[in-house]
Unconditional design. Sequence first.
Length: 156
Amino acid sequence: MTPPDVSIHASAVLVGDRAILIRGPSGSGKSRLVFDLILAAQAGQLPEAMLVADDRAFLDITDDGRLRVRPAPELIGLLEIRGLGIRRLDCATAAIVGLVVDLDAQDATRLPDAETLKIRLRDVELPRIPVGSGFSPLPLVVAYLTTTEGISSQRP
């Protein structure tokens, strides 16, 4: 039996074929990061990006064991843009989560250990980017999506 949907305070954006789930306290920049990623995609820096959810997201497990994110029905296609208010955008109504970004993360460090860069949500292990307070998350997410690890964990 599949566990029931869980509603969380988060935003999500579909980049290419996987969603980025963005968590953090109110005012931490979740909606801003969604819009920044959409703009980066429009500028050709990333694959196509589309809003999935803003402020409230539902998580469930697919039949094949992947974590899926969906928007709250009353918020489909709506994104808060600070200084403009609530705006309507094209959106996806569901996506498979491929990355979790935690804003204002207490465990964010300059050189995080491997365990900090993973998280388990609903029994699904996912890559994670912890972003410290006062740091822009966009360069970290773009770097994650466009680069590979520079130093292997196995040293000669």
